[in-house]
Design a protein around this ligand. Structure first.
Ligand code: ADP
Ligand code: X2W
Length: 282
């Protein structure tokens, strides 16, 4: 079995996975337990459904392209408010209520994450025609300065990070949380990146769990449409991360009680494992 003493483990806690209050408490307890057992957990959270709820209350329409929210000026304000505000503080409070000491920050703090605005080509699933779409205030990680996260860890605290970054002109950029977690895991040279979501892992055409995925297989599943929507940035993030030296990434179901502990501390693990070729992750 793997040893995780003093190992950095980045846990991406998806907005769907945090829906159930009981599971949210379990998650917070598990993070505290990891810290107490000598692991250094870093939580990066999403909040897609939580953003959607506030946008709806404000009657602001929102749409996605290949799993990324088209984010205009009005929307980015709401995204930052929800992610760096309510969602971040809710997770911090839950961890602290279970005896941990969490500190909530966003990628803007101490210039943790500088990002570059992206435009994306998008293929219409019906016509298969490719279009270039301007996603607005959406970014891809450009430069990561993990100093602030190191400082928090060295002070024996647990960092909880909202996926907001600063752009080249000082503008606020909305970053997909999987992409953000991947960039941070690579910069921190984490031992593991765990992406907690609302499905068992990557599912094949028959809806069966794919237990392990190579880069080539992953790209083929994206190309043929088996992997779609929010699973695209998730898998793309995994591929980038293992290429940058993180041993392994696991996509797993955060709705299973104690998913993180089961993955790290049992032989059988869970979810879909994407590992660096040549690395032995089990
Ligand atoms: N091949 C696939 N395997 C599993 N899930 C997939 C696949 N293709 C698309 N998805 C969708 O991706 C979703 C997970 O992404 P997302 O909704 O962004 O989750 P999160 O909020 O946890 O980041 C799943 O609920 C599922 O609807
Ligand atoms: C660019 C982009 O799509 N950003 C995401 C950020 C939150 C996120 O990724 O949340 P989940 O992990 O819960 O999906 C969004 O606006 O929804």
């Amino acid at each position: 079995m793997q040893r995780y003493d003093k190992a950095t483990v980045v846990i991406k806690y998806g907005g769907h996975a945090m829906g159930d209050p009981k599971l949210a408490q379990d998650f917070a307890r598990d993070v505290v337990l990891l810290k107490q057992s000598g692991v250094n957990p870093i939580v990066v959270h999403g909040g897609g459904p939580q953003i959607a709820r506030l946008l709806e209350r404000l009657s602001i329409k929102s749409e996605f392209r290949d799993g990324l929210r088209v984010t205009d000026r009005e929307t980015v304000d709401v995204v930052e408010m929800v992610l760096a505000g309510s969602v971040n503080k809710e997770i911090v409070a839950a961890i602290n209520a279970h005896g941990g000491k969490a500190v909530g920050i966003s990628g803007k703090d101490a210039n943790l994450m500088r990002a570059r605005k992206i435009t994306r080509t998008w293929r219409d699933p019906d016509s298969r025609i490719e279009q270039i779409v301007d996603l607005g205030f959406v970014g891809n990680p450009d430069q990561v300065d993990p100093h602030i996260v190191d400082v928090i860890i060295q002070s024996d605290l647990i960092p909880v990070v909202a996926p907001i970054a600063v752009g080249a002109d000082g503008e606020t950029l909305n970053i997909n949380a999987d992409t953000f977690a991947g960039a941070l895991a690579a910069a921190m040279k984490a031992k593991r990146l765990l992406l907690l979501t609302d499905v068992e892992g990557v599912l094949d055409k028959q809806g069966k769990l794919v237990k392990a995925l190579t880069t080539k297989e992953a790209l083929a599943l994206i190309e043929d449409g088996t992997i779609s929507g929010g699973m695209i940035p998730k898998v793309e993030s995994c591929l980038g991360v293992v290429a940058k030296g993180v041993e392994a990434v696991v996509i797993l179901n955060g709705k299973v009680p104690h998913a993180v502990l089961l993955e790290l501390f049992t032989e059988h693990g869970a979810g879909t494992l994407i590992e660096r070729s040549g690395a032995s992750a089990t």
